[in-house]
Design a protein around this ligand. Structure first.
Ligand code: BGC
Length: 733
């Protein structure tokens, strides 16, 4: 990797405009080769080909990092691809680094023009070594990719063949930003076939893939040279069944392909991805047939580790929507959404969802990289940007509940995987963030200043999308939580955190005095109750929990919480003795609820509870994603409470855990698994008449405490079956 610095960044001549360039080097091997390694990266996105074959399987390489300081470098073993005469080609796109990112001027734009840098290292059988670095000796040519952008799609003219008659320009870009590949590679993660083609009332031709996902289409047109295929990707149909593009805002999500006319031609975009379920076919040679379109899912190469199934098909659909939400938004960075002109690493969304994410898939490498980016983006005063990588360049930074991602994400990774290095690497960032808040706060304990997204998109305020809960209340509650996690991390790492330990008690005291005088929250919302309970800020937990339940009942047994309140609501209810109310919320179909979206046909998690309203109308097009994972945090409750695979905070990595399923009479079975490094944890229950059967698996190297109704006992690795009276178990909930 060090040697890559001897190569030069290549870029296209100015007159190429939006056309993607390719750079080519031809070389001969004079003697037998032992090993060949291609080391490569780009400011922008690259695809490498050796002798006409694609190198590696990393899509959208080199991914998205804080390019100012960190650029991942990939190494590919290409020994088997070499011949006597060789052609190495590097195609370059704008990607996140140089393309349009963000919804307004001044966002994105990390570097003005893309550039690629590579070094081929050849080791011969005689022990000698030679290198082929990118430099002035390479050739440059225009490719058929006339335009490619993350948001806007791609235009490809298959009649164009690169002629490589130009000389590349050398870009003077930094090389001290190189880091080895840290995250997962983005890969093709399966296909989604087109389910049907239909005509809308307005006469538009539309393909329906039956599932929203993130990726791209592979197409097989049967046209003449120059025939145009134009495809616009979108999420939902409007009330009347017509194409709805408004919520994409300025993102065009349009792929245009001009046919070569050759038999059997196929194509997929190279440097763009789309978030979609439907495709409007604006132009196509001949009849539109489903078999000529295949969707390919693009996602970081995360491995599935969690499963959940129960007797209610709608809950199962909801769970699948959570999984699809994660697959759609784990494209190298944990993003808010994959379709509109945003797709950014919003810290708040990531913190509310990270635990669920870690149960669903192995996200260790994924979050290692993102957290390292966060650390590299931390401001001198300890502040944390709203999005990582910071495409907003400081705008919206330091909101509570968002920037607290700095403490929460490492803590959750440590909890789920038992890997202390998350805490060790992030400790300084955690501390910097807590110290930032201390400096903003009144009396060092009450954070009542600054800008906050608050309980984003809560329904408890008629007009304010930040919800009705006092911002200082939320900020101070999260402050306490960040301090608590800093203390816990410090103790695990053997650091002196006594000052912060004491600080926590002062925050708790002042929180109650300021935001809960006389035992009443200044804004008595569901979210205020849930956060205070969940973060351990109230002593009279019984009264507080009862008051939370009263609010839910008074609201027609419905939640009205936003991003922050919702993420802790279900667990808070269950921990405080109200699993039945949590089930009421889970199983509710009327608006607002999770299953309302399922009934309305959702195949991913919506950004808004009322993305589509009960009357079929849309929430404002200004901000209405149908693929936002935040409310998908409910899946963590499904694993830990409905199925009862519950972590023990004191034994991270499930070294010891609880098997504590909480059945509900409205379900007849629940089963879940979670794959740890030493084997799979399984928990299942099913009822037949008044009999309830529990089946558990405790993998090697783990122990568990089984809690069934009023019984508690310890178990070692093995499989277990317990049969009990359902009425006893339900009575003990
Ligand atoms: C994003 C959110 C994000 C929020 C900040 C939105 O535009 O899509 O998910 O957390 O802004 O409040």
């Amino acid at each position: 990797m060090k040697d890559l610095k001897t190569a030069k960044y290549l870029r296209a001549p100015e007159e190429y405009g939006s056309v993607c360039p390719a750079f080519r080097k031809q070389f001969r091997l004079e003697k037998p080769i032992l090993r060949a390694v291609l080391t490569v990266t780009a400011i922008g996105l690259y695809e490498a080909e050796l002798n006409g074959k694609r190198v590696g399987a990393f899509e959208l390489a080199p991914g998205w990092t804080n390019y100012k300081k960190r650029l991942q470098v990939q190494e590919y073993d290409v020994s088997a691809m070499l011949k006597e005469r060789n052609v190495l080609t590097l195609t370059l796109g704008e990607g996140w680094a140089c393309g349009r990112i963000g919804w307004s001027a001044g966002q994105g734009g990390f570097f003005p023009r893309p550039a690629v840098i590579a070094l081929l290292t050849l080791t011969f059988e005689d022990g000698t070594e030679e290198t082929v670095p990118t430099d002035e000796s390479w050739e440059c040519g225009k490719t058929p990719i006339l335009f490619s952008g993350i948001y806007d799609g791609e235009t490809f003219d298959a009649r164009v063949a690169p002629d490589f008659t130009d000389a590349p320009l050398i870009a003077d870009y930094p090389k001290d930003i190189f880091i080895p590949q840290e995250g997962e590679e983005i890969r093709e993660k399966g296909t989604v076939t087109a389910k049907k083609v239909f005509t809308t009332p307005k006469g538009e031709t539309v393909l329906d893939f039956g599932q929203e996902f993130t990726g791209r289409l592979s197409i097989t047109p049967h046209g003449k040279a120059g025939d145009v295929c134009r495809l616009v990707h979108f999420e939902v149909l409007d009330k009347d069944g017509n194409v709805y593009l408004e919520n994409l805002r300025s993102a065009k999500q349009t792929v245009t392909y001009l046919c070569s006319g050759e038999e059997g031609e196929t194509y997929h975009p190279h440097f763009s991805f789309q978030g979609f379920r439907f495709v409007k076919v604006e132009s196509w040679p001949g009849e539109v047939k489903t078999e000529d379109f295949t969707g390919t899912v693009l996602c970081s190469d995360i491995r599935r580790t969690g499963t959940f199934l129960c007797s209610d098909p709608d809950v199962n659909r909801l769970y699948q929507n959570v999984i699809w939400g994660q697959l759609s938004n784990f494209v190298d960075v944990p993003t808010d959404c994959p379709q509109r002109d945003e797709r950014l690493g919003w810290t708040g969304d990531a913190q509310v969802f990270c635990r669920t994410a870690a149960l669903n898939f192995d996200v260790r490498k994924f979050f290692t990289k993102w957290l390292n980016d966060m650390a590299s983006e931390q401001l001198p005063d300890g502040g944390i940007p709203a999005v990582i990588p910071d495409a907003l360049h400081g705008n919206g930074r330091c909101s509570s509940g968002w920037a607290d991602s700095a403490t929460i994400v490492p803590w959750q990774m440590y909890q789920v995987y038992g890997d202390k290095s998350f805490l060790a690497r992030q400790f300084d960032t955690m501390k910097g963030w807590v110290d930032y808040i201390r400096a903003q706060s009144d009396r060092e304990t009450i954070w009542n200043t600054g800008h906050h997204y608050a309980d984003w998109l809560a329904l408890d305020h008629p007009t304010d999308q930040k919800g009705a809960t006092d911002h200082g209340l939320i900020a101070t509650a999260y402050f306490s939580y960040s301090v608590k996690l800093l203390v816990a991390a410090g103790q695990i790492l053997g650091k002196d955190v006594s000052y912060y330990e004491e600080l926590w008690y002062r925050i708790k005291r002042d929180f109650n005095e300021t935001y809960r005088p006389n035992g009443q929250f200044v804004t008595p919302t569901q979210t205020a109750h849930a956060l205070a309970l969940h973060f351990g800020l109230v002593d009279d937990t019984k009264e507080c929990a009862a008051s939370l339940v009263r609010l839910i009942r008074e609201n027609g047994t419905a939640l009205n919480t936003g991003f922050l309140g919702t993420s802790v609501l279900m667990e808070t209810l269950t921990e405080n003795g109200y699993p039945d109310v949590a089930y009421d919320l889970l199983l509710r179909h009327e608006f607002p609820s999770w299953l309302f979206s399922v009934d309305m046909g959702a195949t991913t998690i919506w950004e808004h509870w009322d993305g589509i309203r009960p009357d079929g109308g849309m929430w404002s097009a200004a901000m209405n994603s149908f693929n936002h994972y935040a409310y998908g945090a409910v899946a963590s409750w499904m694993y830990s409470c409905a199925a009862g695979i519950r972590a023990d905070e004191n034994a991270p990595g499930f070294t010891h855990f609880y098997l504590n399923p909480i059945p509900d009479p409205r379900l007849s079975f629940v089963q879940a698994t979670f794959e740890t490094d030493s084997g799979t944890i399984a928990s299942a229950w099913k009822t037949e008449g008044d009999e309830i059967t529990f089946d558990f698996t405790v993998p090697e190297e783990k122990t568990a405490t089984v809690i069934l109704g009023t019984e508690t006992f310890k178990v070692n690795p093995g499989t277990y079956r317990f049969v009990r009276k359902a009425s006893d178990i339900l009575a003990a909930r």
